[in-house]
Design a protein around this ligand. Structure first.
Ligand SMILES: NC(=O)c1ccc[n+]([C@@H]2O[C@H](COP(=O)([O-])OP(=O)(O)OC[C@H]3O[C@@H](n4cnc5c(N)ncnc54)[C@H](OP(=O)(O)O)[C@@H]3O)[C@@H](O)[C@H]2O)c1
Length: 284
């Protein structure tokens, strides 16, 4: 049995799609109705919450490998509770969605510090582990979709900073391989980037090309970016994201890593291809 946490999220739902029907699969979610719509007929849906240890114990019963996706940097107990429950349940292998910033000694924002702590926790747990360390997801640019649709405008911070963003479909494919082949992936940390480093200004041009519609890029100041983030995120998380974007300006996120292509046996997916596959969201 494989357990997927974060199964309703960006990466987890792509992993679900790939594993459904292939292996015995269980999805952990706080919202079983929503997850049931993503699950195949053979998959199990387990109602649970990282804040509720008994629900984790139930979800982990009989599980051999698990995908661990936590998303709240203000809740370090989530990883701690899951890893403790996985050990108690006799899980063999945990594949953890982390972040590439953990390898940057200059990155000390709240989110990176939290992910470093999570990695250390898993590495010291006695469980077999694999760490997935992606650069920023290409899907983050879906946040531009409303202003692209309504005004033909993209607004972002650090427009010219290059970032080797990665297609979450590639992350999901690597996750699937790690979950299905513990021997090949245990004890490894995979740096996952796209095939080239690209600025938000260049991504805007590409989006315009695939939409056959010129788009305008408007640079946000740090304060404007923070104010926008605060409409949907707690202050410390918004601050961490602004700090992280500042590191991109200094070139910290531009390195292309060959691991994604090596693991998948094909080039990593690029932004143009991703944008073409997500046109409906930008067209409305
Ligand atoms: N976005 C990026 O650019 C980027 C880059 C590098 C690394 N990362 C890392 O990627 C991870 C996020 O992955 P994602 O974007 O795929 O996730 P996501 O879309 O943000 O979805 C979050 C998932 O977590 C589940 N969840 C939230 N709170 C929970 C709780 N208390 N108990 C159980 N499940 C809970 C949600 O499930 P339910 O609502 O169904 O319960 C949902 O499936 C983070 O660790 C982040 O640091 C992101």
């Amino acid at each position: 049995m494989i357990l997927l946490t974060g199964a309703t999220g960006t990466v987890g739902r792509l992993v679900t799609r790939r594993l459904s029907g292939l292996v015995p699969l269980r999805l952990l979610t706080r919202d079983p109705k929503r997850a049931a719509a993503l699950a195949g007929p053979q998959d199990e849906v387990s109602g649970g919450d990282f804040d509720d240890r008994p629900s984790l114990d139930r979800a982990l019963t009989g599980v051999r490998s698990a995908l661990l996706v936590t998303a709240n940097p203000l809740a370090p107990a989530h990883d701690e509770r899951f890893v403790a429950a996985a050990r108690a349940a006799g899980v063999r292998h945990v594949v953890k969605l982390s972040a590439l910033a953990v390898t940057d000694p200059g990155a000390n924002d709240l989110i990176t510090t939290w992910q470093r702590h999570n990695e250390q926790l898993l590495r010291g747990s006695g469980l077999l582990w694999t760490l997935l360390r992606p650069r920023a997801f290409m899907t983050n640019t879906l946040g531009w979709a409303p202003s692209v649709r309504e005004e033909g405008v993209v607004r972002a911070q650090n427009g010219t900073a290059a970032n080797a963003t990665v297609d979450p479909r590639d992350i999901a494919e690597v996750a699937v391989r790690a979950l299905l082949d513990t021997d090949a992936h245990a004890g490894r940390a995979h740096a996952l980037t796209g095939p080239e480093a690209m600025s938000a200004v260049r991504q805007t041009e590409i989006l315009g090309e695939v939409l056959h519609r010129p788009l305008r890029f408007v640079e946000l100041t740090e304060d404007e970016a923070r104010r926008r983030l605060l409409t949907r995120l707690p202050g410390p998380v918004a601050d961490a994201l602004v700090e992280s974007a500042g590191r991109a300006r200094a070139g910290a996120k531009a390195r292309v890593d060959p691991t994604t292509a090596e693991l998948l046996g094909r080039p990593a997916g690029g932004y143009r291809e991703w944008a073409r596959d997500h046109l409906p969201e930008f067209r409305g």
